[in-house]
Ligand binder design. Structure first.
Ligand code: KIV
Ligand code: ZN
Length: 520
C-alpha cells in the first residue's frame, strides 16, 4: 500500500469488529455477500475475520480471500505463533493478503489482563511482527488500548514494530475513552517522536462509547493518520465503531477543512447499509446520519420552502451521492420477467436466470396481495430468495386460526434438515401460537428478548418486516423476516433467528488464551 500524501485508506472491519455487535453473527455465505458489496463500494482493506476464533470464522476468511480480488484482505491474530499461522492459512490465497496482529499496551491491560511487564509485551510485539513478516510483507500491528497507554512507551512500541517490519501501525481507542483533542495530540506526538516513521501508515480504530468515534478519527487524520478503521452503519463491539459512511462523507463534503480524499464509490453507500441490515437484522435508527430513513427527509415547512427555491439552502449533500434515489419506481401484477430484470439491473443487481425466475415468482405472488412493489420490497425478496444461505430450518406451511372467540392456534410444517416435520401450537394470540408451533417442531425453547414489527413501505398492504431476538446463555441473535402477512413474517423471523443460533453454537469455540505459547 503506497502512502499518498492526501489519501485516506479505508479499512473496513464490519466482518470482524462489526460482527462483535451483540446479535450480529453472520455465517460464511452471508459474510461473502457483504464482502462482495464492500468490494463494489471500493474499500481498500476488508478485515474478513479472526480465524483462530472459530472454524466458521476461518472458513469465511478463506472464502473471502479466494474470491475478492480488488481489496486487500486482512486476517486478525493475537501476537503469538498459533494465531498468526492460522490467520495466514486463511488469508494466504488472497490477491492482496494482510496479517494484522495485536497486543495490549496499556498498564491497566498489562497488569490485570496479560500479567506481563512492559518489556515482555514489547518483545512479544516485535517477535509477532517479525514472525508475520516471514509470511508476507503486508503486516499491520495494533497496540490495543493505545489511548490509555503511557505515550512514551507507545512511542517505543511503535518504533520497535516499524523496525520489525510493520508497514501499518494502528493506534486503537479500544474502550472509546479518548476525545478529539487528546487523540489528535497523541497522533501528532507519535509523528514528532517516532524517528523511523518513514512511509509507515498510522491507522486509527475508534470505538463509540462516548459517541465520539467519528470525531476522534477525524482529529487523527487531521494530524497525519492515513488509515481509518470503520464499519458500515457503525456496528461493532458495544457502542460500535467509527461509521464508514460518516467518515467518508465528512471527508468528501468538507474537503475545504481536511483536504483529503478516499477511493470510496459513495453511490454504493446506501445499498451497503441496507444489505447489512438485511443480513444481520440490526436496523439503522431513523435519524442516523447519511443512511437513516430521515437523513434526507425535510419536515419543516420553512426548510421545504427553501429546498424548492434552491436545494443548497438546506441540503449539504445530495441523496443521490450516497445512492439514495427518489425513484421509488414500482412494479406490480403486470410486470413481466424482463421488466423485473431491467429494474433490478438499474438497482445494481444482475441475477442468473434461475435467480431471476425465483424473484419473478415471488414478485407475482406478492403482487396478488400488495398493489405496488417498491425497491425496498424487491431487496427484501432478493435477500430471502437469492442471498440467504441454505438453513437447517425452513418454513413449508403455516395455517393460523385466531379471532375474538377462537383459541389462537397455529398448524405448521417445517423442513428440519432433510425431514418434513408437522406440529401445532396454542398461544395468547396468533404470533404466540406460531412461535409455540415452531418451538414444538424444533424442540427448542430459547428466551424471546425482542419482537418488533415495522412496515417496509407505506399503506395497509405494506410488506411487514419482523425482527426477533432470541437469547442462548449470554449470546443473543437477531432474526428477520418479511412478508405482507405479518404472522408469516414473524414465523420467518423466528426461524431465521433459530438458524443463526444453530450456526453460532456450531462455530463458537472458546479461545484458550493460556494455551497459546508466546513467540520468543
Ligand atoms: O478495539 C480494538 O482495539 C481492536 C483491535 C483488535 C484492533 O479491535
Ligand atoms: Zn475494536
Amino acid at each position: 500500500m503506497q502512502k499518498e500524501k492526501n489519501r485516506v485508506f479505508i479499512f473496513d472491519t464490519t466482518l470482524r469488529d462489526g460482527e462483535q455487535s451483540p446479535g450480529a453473527s453472520m455465517n460464511s455465505g452471508e459474510k461473502l455477500i457483504i464482502a462482495r458489496q464492500l468490494e463494489k463500494l471500493g474499500v481498500d482493506i476488508i478485515e474478513a475475520g479472526f480465524p483462530i476464533a472459530s472454524d466458521g470464522d476461518f472458513d469465511a476468511v478463506r472464502q473471502i480471500a479466494r474470491e475478492i480480488k480488488k481489496c486487500q484482505i486482512a486476517a486478525l491474530a493475537r501476537a503469538n505463533k498459533i494465531d498468526i499461522d492460522r490467520a495466514w492459512e486463511a488469508v494466504k490465497n488472497a490477491a492482496h493478503p494482510r496479517l494484522h496482529t495485536f497486543i495490549s499496551s496499556s498498564d491497566i491491560h498489562l497488569k490485570y489482563q496479560l500479567k506481563k511487564t512492559r518489556r515482555q509485551v514489547l518483545m512479544e510485539a516485535i517477535a509477532a511482527v517479525k514472525y508475520a513478516r516471514a509470511y508476507t510483507d503486508n503486516v499491520e500491528f495494533s497496540a490495543m488500548d493505545a489511548t490509555r497507554t503511557d505515550k512514551d512507551y507507545l512511542v517505543d512500541i511503535v518504533s520497535a514494530v516499524i523496525d520489525a517490519g510493520a508497514n501499518t501501525v494502528n493506534i486503537p481507542d479500544t474502550v472509546g475513552y479518548t476525545t478529539p483533542e487528546e487523540y489528535g495530540k497523541m497522533i501528532a506526538y507519535l509523528f514528532a517522536h517516532v524517528k523511523n516513521m518513514g512511509n509507515t501508515i498510522i491507522s486509527v480504530h475508534c470505538h463509540n462509547d462516548l459517541g465520539l468515534a467519528v470525531a476522534n478519527s477525524l482529529a487523527a487524520v487531521k494530524n497525519g493518520a492515513r488509515q481509518v478503521e470503520c464499519t458500515i452503519n457503525g456496528i461493532g463491539e458495544r457502542a460500535g465503531n467509527t461509521s464508514l459512511e460518516e467518515i467518508v462523507m465528512t471527508l468528501n463534503t468538507r474537503k475545504d477543512i481536511y483536504g483529503l480524499y478516499t477511493k470510496i464509490k459513495t453511490e454504493h453507500i446506501f445499498k451497503s447499509s441496507r444489505l447489512l441490515t438485511q443480513v444481520t437484522g440490526i436496523p439503522v435508527q431513523p435519524n442516523k446520519a447519511i443512511v437513516g430513513a430521515n437523513a434526507f427527509a425535510h419536515e419543516s415547512g420553512i426548510h421545504q420552502d427553501g429546498l424548492i427555491k434552491e436545494k443548497s439552502t438546506y441540503e449539504i449533500m445530495k441523496p443521490q451521492s450516497v445512492g439514495i434515489t427518489d425513484t421509488h419506481i414500482v412494479l406490480g401484477k403486470h410486470s413481466g420477467r424482463n421488466a423485473i430484470s431491467q429494474h433490478l439491473k438499474k438497482m445494481g443487481y444482475v441475477l442468473t436466470d434461475e435467480q431471476l425466475n425465483k424473484v419473478t415468482a415471488r414478485v407475482k405472488e406478492m403482487a396478488d396481495i400488495k398493489k405496488d412493489i417498491y425497491d425496498e420490497d424487491l431487496e427484501a425478496i432478493l435477500y430471502e430468495e437469492v442471498y440467504r444461505v441454505k438453513d437447517k430450518y425452513t418454513l413449508v406451511y403455516l395455517n393460523v386460526v385466531s379471532g375474538n372467540v377462537a383459541i389462537p392456534s397455529a398448524t405448521m410444517e417445517m423442513q428440519v434438515g432433510k425431514e418434513i416435520v408437522r406440529d401445532a401450537g396454542f398461544g395468547n394470540g396468533p404470533v404466540d401460537a406460531t412461535f409455540a408451533a415452531i418451538r414444538n417442531i424444533t424442540k427448542t425453547n430459547y428466551s424471546l428478548m425482542k419482537y418488533v414489527v415495522t412496515a417496509i413501505t407505506g399503506g395497509s398492504d405494506a410488506l411487514g418486516e419482523v425482527t426477533v431476538e432470541l437469547r442462548f446463555n449470554s449470546h443473543s441473535v437477531i432474526g428477520r423476516g418479511a412478508h405482507p402477512d405479518v404472522i408469516v413474517a414473524s414465523a420467518k423471523a423466528y426461524i431465521n433467528a433459530l438458524n443463526r443460533l444453530e450456526f453460532m453454537k456450531e462455530n463458537t469455540k472458546k479461545v484458550k488464551v493460556e494455551l497459546i505459547p508466546e513467540i520468543r
